[in-house]
Design a protein around this ligand. Structure first.
Ligand SMILES: NC(=O)c1ccc[n+]([C@@H]2O[C@H](COP(=O)([O-])OP(=O)(O)OC[C@H]3O[C@@H](n4cnc5c(N)ncnc54)[C@H](OP(=O)(O)O)[C@@H]3O)[C@@H](O)[C@H]2O)c1
Ligand SMILES: CC(C)CCC[C@@H](C)[C@H]1CC[C@H]2C3=C(CC[C@]12C)[C@@]1(C)CC[C@H](O)C(C)(C)[C@@H]1CC3
Length: 591
């Protein structure tokens, strides 16, 4: 039997799972089969830890800072003690005044202080949250040297951030109770922190995402070219990679004003549906200044109305084949539209107050043109980003799929569409309907919370989604693939598995973000993070780090499989999507 290093009843330090923080724990028992120790924290939480995650007390130096507590519960107690000593103990009303214009001089001075003294903690505004982990170790030393008033205020802010970096694991019910007790005061602290960090921290070049300016230039010029090449490749009889490059059409052949007019009409019809006073109005997550924007949820109605129009057009004998025949022209028209939209978005963003800028914006014109300068560009109540995220592109994708289904029947002289085409169409239809049905969920995605509205999302939403995501259907029109029923059943099962994981995880996350005290979530465990927010670490979110991405990837595979294995092209989506999600996961992890 393998020997054990620590005895029952021994007091040691246990590493907090997923962090580099050690708390004082008592060894309760040891399981010789799993080699896990059951340990108890001072607040009563019991966890199982590996031997590697346990250290003797003697291996830790006493911390210099004022906080000597080691367990989550003791730290909480300590927190109120330290607060009572600090200026932050003032009632919120008084404190709010300190952030007002009458203290501009203080702020200026503090700004200098922050730049010089608080550099280890790079706080950058992140969407509606308030600070951003800078990749440094989470354990932040506190500055105990007495300073002037302004420095003290920032110590308080730093302290609140320090407190936020400490993980806690307690049953969720208790967490909720404690949260309610503290929420008032925390709200004040984080709000003040938000306002100040937004003013004082310029974004450094190394913080730019997507490879900075060279990276975004490459994406902006490279992606449209890539998109056209992919579509041209697919038009070839043998779309093998060996047949690269495909024959290129003359540029003038790609432009057709009528097609551009159709795109414009499509956009305007969807905008009209968006403006209809049907569907409930909800509030988005709080902005940096505490405001919450209102959003109307009527995407699903827009989809129903669009289906009715498309149905009527079909009934009237409208030639949908026109879209297939002019597919490249449609792609170019949508790209031109998106460039014009991006220029408009950038120009208008130059006039908006700083508080309305996206936390992702940098001050560099090229980068900001790409990532979007303004967080929530609106014309009156018309929210351009929210509208584009779900309506013209996503509904357009379904319509394009239908066009491909009809084109397949026409070109291959079929009385009914192929099973492969039916599978692709229904899988993707389910995905779009799900997105529209759960429209509110989009309000908690990083696109809405963090990114501005610029070329990236305009191109992604209005060109990339409709013209790339419909690629499998486009492929099947000229490269038929027979799918047997047993294979089809396997693909359906795969799709449904992916969907259950995707929906389960997203719904759990949205419910949690909407109301962390939701009794339905009380059984779930959470950890506290340095952004001040909690993360779920059980349920779907205890299974893998990003269960929603996993489900999405499984679905992506399921809707590529009906295209068979003759060519790699239909699997491009799976490859791209994996890269996109790995990158998003890294961005999320960083934040
Ligand atoms: N088809 C496509 O092309 C495509 C592209 C992108 C995304 N998607 C799908 O869209 C959905 C949303 O994607 P997303 O990129 O916005 O990612 P997401 O993971 O849904 O959202 C990121 C946010 O989720 C929160 N979060 C992360 N881990 C959490 C946890 N353990 N507990 C609670 N909250 C947690 C964080 O919120 P806070 O910041 O508030 O902490 C984070 O900012 C996903 O299902 C994804 O697969 C599809
Ligand atoms: C560099 C560019 C090509 C990157 C383009 C990225 C976009 C294509 C995606 C960014 C956010 C994505 C997104 C969906 C579709 C693809 C994006 C616009 C989404 C609307 C798909 C349906 C989901 O249910 C969703 C609503 C959660 C999702 C939101 C994010």
């Amino acid at each position: 039997m393998p020997s054990r290093k620590f005895a029952d009843g021994e007091v040691v330090r246990g590493r907090w799972p997923g962090s580099s923080l050690y708390y004082e724990v008592e060894i309760l028992s040891h399981d010789s089969t799993s080699q896990l120790y059951t340990v108890k924290y001072k607040d009563g939480t019991e966890l199982e830890l590996k031997e590697n995650d346990i250290k003797p007390l003697t291996s830790f130096r006493q911390r210099k800072s004022g906080s000597t507590s080691s367990s989550p519960s003791r730290r909480r107690g300590n927190r109120s003690r330290s607060r009572s000593r600090s200026p932050g103990r003032r009632p919120p009303k008084d404190a709010r005044r300190s952030a007002s214009a009458s203290h501009q001089a203080d702020i200026k001075e503090a700004r200098r202080e922050v730049e010089v003294k608080l550099t280890p903690l790079v706080l950058k505004p992140f969407g509606n949250s308030i600070s951003r982990y800078n990749g440094e170790p989470e354990h932040i030393e506190r500055n105990d040297v007495p300073h002037k008033n302004t420095q003290e205020k920032f110590n308080l802010l730093q302290e609140s951030s320090y407190i936020s970096t400490q993980y806690s694991l307690r049953p969720r019910r208790e967490e909720i109770r404690l949260k309610e007790m503290d929420s008032k005061e925390e709200k004040f602290v984080t709000k003040e922190l938000a306002v100040r960090t937004f003013e004082v921290t310029p974004i450094r070049a190394k913080d730019l995402e997507f490879g900075g300016v060279p990276g975004v230039l490459l994406i902006m010029f490279g992606l449209p070219v890539f998109l056209f090449l992919l579509l041209l490749m697919c038009k070839q009889k043998d779309p093998s990679l060996l047949n690269f490059p495909p024959p290129l059409p003359a540029l003038y052949e790609l432009w057709e004003t009528r097609v551009f007019g159709v795109c414009l009409l499509w956009f305007l019809i969807q905008a009209l549906f968006y403006l209809l006073p049907i569907g409930k109005v909800v509030e988005g997550t709080p902005l940096i200044d505490g405001r919450r924007l209102k959003y109307r949820l009527n995407g699903f109605y827009a989809f129903i109305l669009t289906s009715a129009i498309i149905g009527t057009c079909l009934f009237q004998g409208v030639e949908f084949h026109y879209v297939y025949r002019h597919f490249l022209q449609f792609t170019l028209a949508a790209t031109v539209f998106c460039v014009v939209l991006s220029v408009y978005l950038y120009m208008r963003s130059l006039k908006v107050p700083r508080k309305d800028l996206s936390p992702a914006s940098s001050g560099n014109a090229v980068y900001d043109f790409f990532i979007g300068r303004e967080l929530n560009p609106r014309i009156g109540t018309f929210d351009l980003k929210y509208f584009c995220e779900l309506r013209p592109g996503l509904i357009g994708w379904v319509v394009i799929n239908l066009v491909m289904l009809l084109a397949e029947m026409k070109i291959q002289s079929r009385a009914v569409p192929s099973l492969a085409m039916i599978l692709v169409n229904s899988f993707q239809l389910l995905y779009v309907v799900d997105a529209l049905w759960n429209e509110e969920a989009v309000l908690t995605t990083m696109d809405i919370i963090h990114d501005g509205f610029g070329f990236m999302l305009a191109f992604g939403d209005l060109v990339w989604v409709p013209f790339i995501y419909s690629f499998q259907a486009f492929y099947l029109v000229s490269h038929p693939n027979e799918v047997s029923w047993p294979m089809a059943s396997l693909m359906i099962v795969l799709k449904l598995c992916g969907y259950v994981i995707f929906r389960g995880a997203n719904s759990q996350k949205n419910a949690f973000r909407k109301n962390p005290s939701d009794p339905k979530l009380a059984h779930l465990k959470t950890i506290h993070t340095s952004t001040g927010k909690n993360l779920l670490v059980s349920g779907w979110w205890g299974f893998v780090r990003h269960p929603n991405y996993l489900g999405d990837l499984i679905m992506a595979l399921a809707w590529s499989l009906p295209c068979g294995f003759n060519h790699i092209l239909p699997y491009f989506y799976v490859v791209y999507f994996t890269m996109l999600l790995v990158h998003r996961e890294a961005r999320d992890e960083y934040q």
